[in-house]
Design a protein around this ligand. Structure first.
Ligand code: SF4
Length: 497
């Protein structure tokens, strides 16, 4: 089998579950055979898988070793909230929904590819290490036909293989004499093109164009095959989406809503947060705003204006952060009237009341999530969206070290690290969490990725509340943050109330 011709036989069973460990191994070649799925199950399975993969993404960005990842992923799989995904059929269905819904944008395809690959690799390693699955059976079940070397060639290479085993022992700090006996059925013969990574690492036995791998090395071979199959499927799904839209726009709408879905709290109300007022909003900005809102709020203070999308983004965030309608009016009026004068009451006040559900359809609108903000790119003179997405490296570094954010050089570089790794997509949520840690210090109990600006604010509010205690904080809020120091008029962190 050539790597570029990866095909798995359709008529074979594609799932093999280790009997005791219940580790699901699948190349997901055959689509789920369900005739009917309830809408609720459709969304709940897809949401579970997104949450699951998002947690894995956070760990990948923190560069845990494969064995650390395996321990964490095994624990995650065992959590009650992911119980439905432990069922092989649900695992298959959720994988397929995601590969369809997330096929539409490059960053989403990267998300699925990178994290599904990490999950598959971890499952393979754990299955292999615990010896709870026989790889021959999995390969057979998947239609992959790796051969054992025949008797003649095995006789020719057995001395070299024995030497390989001894070297392996020495590399593990053990004695060469502890090397296990070389048995033909433990080895697989594979064309070298299927695993160029192993050849380039020079840690395998290569003879006459074939690699001779022992069973434990097979995960390294299967992961690239999984990657090839999955990236091909994502590309096919991307091409198929427009025709799907024409055939049934309801399904297209469902998939579209999944791709932009924010999972979790929508922060329509700030039940947990009290004491955010027009008087102390600058102090809250300095202490607790995420980078996107810091940038916009500082631009509002500096230019006394924001364009429509920016006003919506910031206005809804402030509402979710606990700023009342009256205080919100006061903040916006104070700034906008300097530029628009009397037009404020006629044109702008309506939109602010609208955000609070007091005009138009009277809907209590929810603040925008990162999933909505990240794909949005600001035009000239606009500042909305996620700065981690649209700013260049140098511009970001300057912004993080400016008085708006106040990070040290080392902290700023640390925040940027998950965004500019060679050959990797940008990990916005992880960078945002690193920014949070720079403000509040490392806290292993709050490791969840940041997926909503108001989540950033709420976690920050709680961290400050825990540190300073409610009394001291109330005092600071009442004084409007007497500890804030002023430097420039456009810097929210620096304004005195
Ligand atoms: S990751 Fe989310 S919260 Fe953080 S800056 Fe970007 S949009 Fe804002």
């Amino acid at each position: 089998m050539q790597l570029h011709q990866v095909t798995l036989e359709e008529n074979r069973p594609k799932l093999l579950i280790a009997p005791r460990a219940q580790i699901i191994l699948s190349f997901y070649v055959t689509p789920p055979q369900v005739q009917f799925i309830e809408l609720e199950s459709f969304f709940s399975l897809a949401h579970s898988r997104i949450q699951f993969l998002r947690t894995i993404e956070g760990w990948r960005a923190q560069k845990f070793t494969p064995s650390e990842m395996d321990v964490r992923i095994a624990k995650l799989e065992a959590e009650e909230q992911y119980a439905p995904l432990r069922d092989p059929e649900n695992d298959l269905i959720s994988h397929y929904i995601l590969t369809l819904a997330y096929a539409q944008r490059q960053e989403l395809r990267n998300f699925v590819l990178g994290n599904e690959l990490a999950l598959f690799g971890s499952r393979l390693r754990r299955a292999s290490e615990r010896e709870k699955i026989r790889f021959g059976e999995f390969l057979d079940a998947s239609g992959l036909q790796f051969q054992h070397p025949d008797d003649v060639e095995f006789a020719l290479i057995s001395t070299a293989l024995k030497r390989m085993e001894e070297i392996r022992m020495l590399n593990q700090g053990r004695k060469a004499a502890e090397a296990p006996p070389v048995i033909r059925s433990r080895y697989y013969k594979v064309p070298w093109q299927q695993c160029p990574e192993m050849v380039s690492r020079r840690n395998c036995f290569l003879w006459r164009g074939s690699l001779y791998l022992i069973q434990e090395e097979l995960p390294a071979l299967l992961v690239p095959i999984f990657r090839t199959l999955l990236s091909r499927r994502l590309a096919c799904n991307q091409r198929a989406l427009p025709s799907l839209e024409l055939a049934d726009d309801r399904l297209a709408r469902l998939l579209g809503s999944l791709a932009n879905a924010h999972l979790g709290n929508d922060y329509r109300s700030a039940a947990l947060i009290q004491g955010v007022t027009a008087r102390n909003i600058d102090l809250h900005c300095r202490d607790s705003f995420p980078p996107c809102m810091r940038r916009m709020f500082s631009k509002l203070r500096e230019t006394h204006h924001l364009k429509h999308t920016g006003r919506m983004q910031l206005g809804l965030f402030l509402k979710g952060a606990g700023l009342s309608l009256e205080d919100s009016m006061q903040v916006w009026r104070e700034e906008l009237t300097r530029v628009v004068g009397d037009k404020f009451d006629k044109e702008y006040a309506y939109n602010i009341r609208h955000n609070y559900g007091l005009e138009g359809k009277r809907v209590n609108y929810s603040p925008y999530s990162c999933a909505k903000l990240i794909p949005t790119l600001p035009g000239t003179g606009e500042y909305h969206g996620c700065p981690f997405r649209y700013m260049e490296r140098d511009e970001l570094l300057e912004f993080l070290k400016s008085a708006q954010c106040g990070l040290s050089d080392a902290q700023a570089h640390n925040v940027l690290e998950p965004l500019f790794r060679k050959g990797e997509p940008k990990h916005y949520h992880v960078a945002c969490r690193a920014f949070w840690h720079a403000l509040h210090g490392a806290d292993p109990t709050t490791d969840e990725p940041i997926v909503h600006p108001n989540q950033f604010f709420e976690l920050s509010y709680r961290a400050r509340h825990d540190k300073t205690g409610p009394q001291q904080q109330q005092q600071q809020q009442q004084t409007g943050g007497a500890t804030a120091t002023a430097t420039t008029s456009g810097d929210p962190a620096a304004r005195k109330d």
